[in-house]
Design a protein around this ligand. Structure first.
Ligand code: B12
Length: 256
């Protein structure tokens, strides 16, 4: 069964596939999988090597690469889930690769319904590095993940036991916001300020100022580039302006 799933997924051009039994998925901050999918037994996790766009200092090019990847990864996730349902007569639910995210004062939109890093680790696709990203044994840090929850009773793939992070500290040094200074924790707000300057924080600041301004100043505010950038980020979804921790990691960069 696992072989059939992997053969189908790899045939779509997905770089790697791992399978985790729900028993081995341990993400303390995420909701229980049973609350999402009663009777869930396994996770199928797909790994994709990202393009070199993230290296560009041109943020339109960098983000456009991510959008290409997200389009391919989302459609691949759907196709694998359909394969499970149609060919293997399983029940499968895809999980959000990025958004929608649960919005609440407690989580501030920083906790996914399924943690893809914890799922990837449980599925034998790598382990955490100093940047709190999952490093894949061959592809390194420049991987993104999608996954689906299924009712197929499948055993987990073997975990990656060797340490993949080389402790070079380049990710920590290259973070403009100091978001990685504390080991084992990403300071989300410090990261967000730099990586998504036109995200929710920027939108709240803009609209608060807008509400307090005169009609004349409001007219000026919507003709300002700050508003145009917020507008663009709004329809893109999340527009990243920083990929430093992701691109600075040297692990696996000599492999294709
Ligand atoms: C919300 C979110 C964010 C938020 C909050 C991040 C966070 N603290 O989790 C912000 C906006 C800051 C963010 C930033 C980025 N993100 Co993000 N993000 C997510 C999302 C949607 C949910 C993450 C989540 O649920 N976190 C909450 C819980 C699960 O995390 P946690 O238990 O607190 O664990 C944290 C630490 O405790 C630590 N940790 C936990 N256990 C252990 C154990 C050990 C041994 C160690 C060392 C660390 C460690 O790691 C976590 C980081 O803070 C996921 C997609 C998904 N659904 O999983 C993508 C995801 C995690 N992001 C991803 C990426 C690529 C990024 C960025 C590089 C952005 C970019 N430009 O591409 C940065 C990297 C920031 C970083 N170095 O941590 C990828 C990671 C791929 C990978 N190779 O690991 C994911 C999986 C998206 C995907 N589809 O692939 N992200």
């Amino acid at each position: 069964m696992k072989g059939k799933i992997k053969e189908f997924a790899l045939g779509l051009g997905i770089d790697d596939v791992g399978i985790a039994s729900v028993k081995d998925y341990k993400s303390p901050k995420s909701p229980n999988l049973e609350s999402i999918f009663p009777g869930a037994k396994s996770l199928v996790v797909l790994a994709y090597k990202t393009l070199s766009n993230c290296e560009s200092n041109n943020m339109q090019i960098a983000m456009s690469g991510r959008l290409d990847e997200m389009q391919f990864t989302r459609s691949s996730n759907y196709r694998v889930a359909r394969f499970l349902e149609k060919e293997l007569k399983a029940k499968a639910m895809t999980v959000p690769p990025s958004y929608p995210l649960h919005m609440s004062y407690e989580t501030k939109g920083t906790i996914g319904d399924v943690s893809l890093r914890h799922a990837a680790i449980a599925a034998g696709l790598g382990n955490f590095g100093r940047h709190n990203l999952v490093i894949h044994p061959k592809m390194g840090s420049r991987v993104i993940f999608t996954a689906m929850v299924t009712d197929l009773d499948l055993p987990s793939d073997p975990p990656v036991t060797e340490k993949l992070c080389t402790d070079c500290n380049l990710c920590v040094e290259s973070c403009p916001g100091g978001a990685l200074n504390e080991e084992g924790k990403t300071d989300d707000m410090k990261c967000l300020k730099n990586s998504q300057p036109y995200g929710i924080g920027g939108a709240i600041r803009f609209w608060t100022k807008f509400a307090e301004s005169t009609t004349e100043d409001q007219k000026k505010m919507v003709k300002d580039v700050n508003f145009w950038r917020l507008y663009q980020a709004g329809f893109i979804g999340f527009q990243y302006f920083c990929f430093n921790c992701f691109k600075s990691c040297p692990v696996g960069q000599n492999e294709s």
